[in-house]
Structure formats: structure tokens, C-alpha cells
Design a binder for this molecule. Structure first.
Ligand SMILES: [Fe+2]
Ligand SMILES: [Fe+2]
Length: 183
């Protein structure tokens, strides 16, 4: 019944580790070091191609079902839905700024750092709100048949960081996560 929620929770843990790496890169950037652009690009690619395209839409399916099941309004779900859209935009904006730096456009480093920090902060708060409020609500209010029906709708694409098939595509990211494990 909660297979889907378990998957989403596992993905949150994978994403949290990416956010820790993100923080480290931004700290270095703040101190004037050039970030590892390959790593940063893979992180953004992961967030755009998996979090925004698969993870968040699976959650939207759950939220829509909750909304459809009761006549209540759910401000917390509405906020999360708004954040799903906002996070996609923040991600794209940050990626454009990074590309600007790589192509030597004149950009203020502190502004680029703020964009990165905001993205990390919003995403952390988002994951937390889902785990503390939205998922418990879904667990409590959706029936076994709701979960059965949600299952086929949920994408079968696996999180690249939790499987072994996309290690080449996210080579730098896998390597840094492994180093994080060792330290
Ligand atoms: Fe989400
Ligand atoms: Fe989530």
C-alpha cells in the first residue's frame, strides 16, 4: 500500500545527499574557488530529468487523488504544487547563470550564489514539508484501492542514483557521493 511512498522517501534521501554536495560546492564558490562544473551540471541534470520529470509528478498524482477524495481544501498540498513549478524554474535559472559563467558573461558571483542557495533551501524545506505533512496525510486518507490505482500511474523509471544503469551518465556525481560515504 505504501510502496510508492517508500520509493518517494528513498528518493528524498538520495536527493538530500545531492543537496549536501551542492552546499559544499557553494561554500567553495563563496570562498572564490571555481566549482566543479561537470559535477554541478550533472546535479542539475539529475534534478531536471528525474526530480522534476518523474519524482514530483508522482507526488502530484497522489495530491490530486487526495483532493478528489474529499471536499476539503489542502493549503499544504497547494503550496507543494506551487513549489514543484517554482523549483523547475529556479533550476533552469541557476543553470543559465552557470552557463553564463562558463561562457565568461559578466555575472555577479554573489547573485549566482544566492540563486544556488535559494534553490537548495527551497528544496530542503519542500522535502521536509512532504515528509512531515503531505505523506502522512496521504497515508491516513487514501485507501488500499487508491494506492493500487496510483501504482500503475507512477512512472516505472527508476531514480538514476538508486540504480546501477546510469552510472556513466552521472559519473562525476556517483564518484562524489562515494567519496561522501567514505568520509
Ligand atoms: Fe515534491
Ligand atoms: Fe518529494
Amino acid at each position: 500500500m505504501t510502496e510508492l511512498l517508500d520509493r518517494l522517501n528513498r528518493e528524498h534521501r538520495a536527493l538530500s545527499r545531492v543537496l549536501d554536495l551542492f552546499d559544499d560546492l557553494l561554500d567553495g564558490f563563496h570562498e572564490g574557488r571555481e566549482p566543479d562544473y561537470e559535477l554541478l551540471c550533472e546535479m542539475l541534470e539529475y534534478m531536471e530529468s528525474y526530480s522534476d520529470q518523474v519524482h514530483h509528478p508522482s507526488e502530484e498524482d497522489i495530491f490530486d487523488r487526495l483532493r478528489a477524495r474529499t471536499n476539503e481544501s489542502y493549503p499544504v498540498l497547494d503550496l507543494l504544487t506551487k513549489q514543484h513549478q517554482l523549483l523547475g524554474q529556479m533550476n533552469k535559472r541557476f543553470r543559465r547563470s552557470l552557463e553564463g559563467i562558463v561562457h565568461e558573461e559578466v555575472l555577479r558571483r554573489d547573485e549566482v550564489e544566492v540563486q544556488g542557495r535559494e534553490l537548495v533551501k527551497t528544496l530542503r524545506e519542500h522535502l521536509d514539508l512532504e515528509e512531515t505533512e503531505a505523506f502522512p496525510l496521504a497515508r491516513e486518507r487514501l485507501s488500499a484501492s487508491d494506492w493500487d490505482e496510483l501504482r500503475p500511474e507512477a512512472s516505472s523509471m527508476e531514480d538514476p542514483l538508486l540504480g546501477s544503469t546510469q552510472q556513466e551518465r552521472f559519473r562525476s556525481l556517483f564518484r562524489h557521493l562515494a567519496e561522501q560515504d567514505e568520509s
